[in-house]
Design a protein around this ligand. Structure first.
Ligand SMILES: [Zn+2]
Length: 315
């Protein structure tokens, strides 16, 4: 048991070190496999046809979630600080329960000021708090509308927030839509950690005592398969896999770990908050104009959202 604990700590440290040295888009060989030592929930056969099945639970309205995804795409490219991003921010603030803005300090290399959109649903427990997040900006690249990379996670987080009633869950859930996750156009990938993740760095300082942080990034890919991202806290990831299995979408969360990715969960990990990143990084349209409505599906968005709801119900 002690060996296991030491091994887990070593894995965690290795993950953080990997995050420090790996640029965001670089894939390293899988660190796990069907024999992933962090996997405690049995693996399931791959989803039939590579697509997740209809979830057994129906607590998140997937029609509304997908409409919100499509509405964001319709706004066109939404780089941080742009007119389109500011307009979207207003809409998101109105949609989130108790929605408000929080100004985000930035280096000034964006077209306008940055702001996170924050909402919350009160839990039964007066002190326990869980953060659920996604970024709502898109990478500043020609023609990139970010259906999966930006709109999907944002839609899932908003619809989750609108599905949970006050005092229904144990912890209070704070929903944060991060601004400025993407680095400004032309930033070398080795500067991503410093010039991207702006909104999450700021938010992580606000919630150092959070019991957990759950990040939804690439969660709407038509061929959904989300392995454990190597920085993600193994114990919380296993809770997610168990939750996914209970709602009938366990096949979309295989028992493997993939490369560490610098993403909005890392600032939370650095403050000691257990955190996971739902990111299907096997995505051919990463930062490409083909990351549009053809790249995503309502079914995948629903599977990610229902699994996350089930996880929140047990945290
Ligand atoms: Zn991106």
């Amino acid at each position: 048991m002690r060996f296991l604990a030491i091994a887990l700590i070593a894995l965690g440290v290795a993950g953080l070190v990997a995050a420090l040295v790996l640029p965001r888009a670089v894939e390293s060989p899988p660190s796990g496999g069907p024999g992933d030592p962090t996997a405690t929930v049995p693996d399931e056969p791959p989803c039939p046809g590579g697509r997740p099945p209809v979830p057994r639970a129906d607590r998140v309205d997937e029609d509304r979630a997908f409409k919100l995804l499509a509405r964001q795409v319709k706004l066109g490219p939404r780089p941080a600080g742009s007119e389109a991003s500011r307009r979207l921010g207003e809409q998101l603030r109105r949609l989130l329960p108790n929605g408000r803005f929080e100004a985000v300090p930035d280096s000034g290399s964006r077209p306008g000021p940055l702001r996170n959109v924050v909402g919350a649903v009160q839990g039964r427990d007066p002190v326990r708090l869980v953060v659920v997040g996604a970024h709502y900006d898109t990478k500043d690249a020609p023609g990139l509308v970010g259906a999966n990379d930006g709109a999907g996670g944002t839609a899932a987080v908003v619809q989750l927030a609108r599905s949970i009633r006050p005092r229904q869950l144990g912890p209070t859930v704070v929903f944060v839509l991060f601004d400025g996750e993407e680095s400004p156009a032309g930033t070398p990938s080795d500067q991503f950690r410093r010039r991207g993740l702006s909104g999450s760095r700021d938010a992580a300082r606000e919630y150092p005592g959070a019991a957990a942080m759950v990040l939804l990034d690439f969660v709407a890919d038509r061929d959904l398969s989300i392995p454990r991202e190597a920085n993600s806290t193994p114990a919380v990831w296993q809770e997610l896999r168990a939750a996914a299995s209970r709602v009938g979408v366990g096949c979309a969360f295989p028992a493997v770990s993939r490369s560490a990715i610098s993403d909005d969960h890392v600032p939370f990990l650095e403050t000691g908050v257990p955190a996971i990143d739902l990111i299907d990084f096997d995505f051919d349209c990463f930062h490409q104009p083909c990351d549009d409505l053809n790249a995503v599906s309502k079914r995948s968005l629903d599977a990610s959202a229902e699994a996350t709801y089930e996880l929140l119900a047990r945290l």
